[in-house]
Structures are given as C-alpha cells and as structure tokens.
Design a protein around this ligand. Structure first.
Ligand code: SF4
Ligand code: SF4
Length: 109
C-alpha cells in the first residue's frame, strides 16, 4: 500500500503553521514543499495508518490498495465528520462504494 497526494487538490492547509497531514503523521513523513503542496518523505517508511487520509480536509490524500485486498488500481479516501468517518473505495474501473464508521463506535460507546 502507498499514499498518494494530489497536488491539484491540496491547498497546503493555507494559514496553518503546520499542515494537518504533517501534524497527524506518527512517522513525521508528511511535509510541505516550497510550493506549499504536501508530499511524503519516504513511502517505504509509511505504515499506511491512514491518519493523513482521514485528516486532510479536502480529500487530497488517498491510500492505494494492493491487489491482495482489491483489484489493481483501487484506492481509498476518507471524509472526517464530527460523528463519523465516511470511507470511499474506488476500483480500477471507477466504481465506488462508501462505508461509514460511526465515531461513537470508535470511542467504544
Ligand atoms: S492536509 Fe491535505 S490540504 Fe493540508 S497540506 Fe496535507 S494534503 Fe494538503
Ligand atoms: S499513512 Fe500514516 S504513516 Fe503514512 S504518511 Fe499517512 S499518516 Fe504518515
């Protein structure tokens, strides 16, 4: 699995001293380049926790899924809401499916 950042979508978390993806990455792998767009330092060091995928407010980051999990070319994005995370998976043909994880389940309520 790997992370992909779409520079056409990333707004660099303009106005924030530290980008959301920078702040959340446990491996300190995300950073902003001189053009303020986000990038990942070392894909091989990423353990695909998907924290940055969830944290990005404009869905610029996606998780590329390996063929062992999905068909080649599949990817996963997330939209974080106060009460849930909405995950969207795309397969290689562009079909998409959403699944929702309620925040209260994550908190163990
Ligand atoms: S969180 Fe998203 S918008 Fe902000 S810098 Fe990272 S990729 Fe860009
Ligand atoms: S998936 Fe996790 S480890 Fe990899 S870049 Fe994103 S936050 Fe960092």
């Amino acid at each position: 699995m790997s992370i992909s950042i779409d520079e056409t979508i990333c707004n660099g978390c303009k106005g924030l001293p530290e980008a959301r993806c920078e702040r959340i990455c446990p491996g300190d792998l995300c950073y902003r380049k001189e053009n303020t767009k986000a990038a990942i330092r070392d894909q091989s060091a990423c353990w695909t926790c998907a924290c940055c995928v969830k944290e990005c407010p404009v869905q610029a980051i996606e998780l590329r899924l390996p063929f062992q999990i999905c068909s080649n070319g599949s990817s996963l994005k997330a939209r974080l809401k106060p009460d849930k995370t909405i995950w969207t998976v795309w397969d290689a043909e562009g079909h998409q499916e959403e699944f929702i994880i309620q925040a209260k389940w994550l908190k163990g309520d």
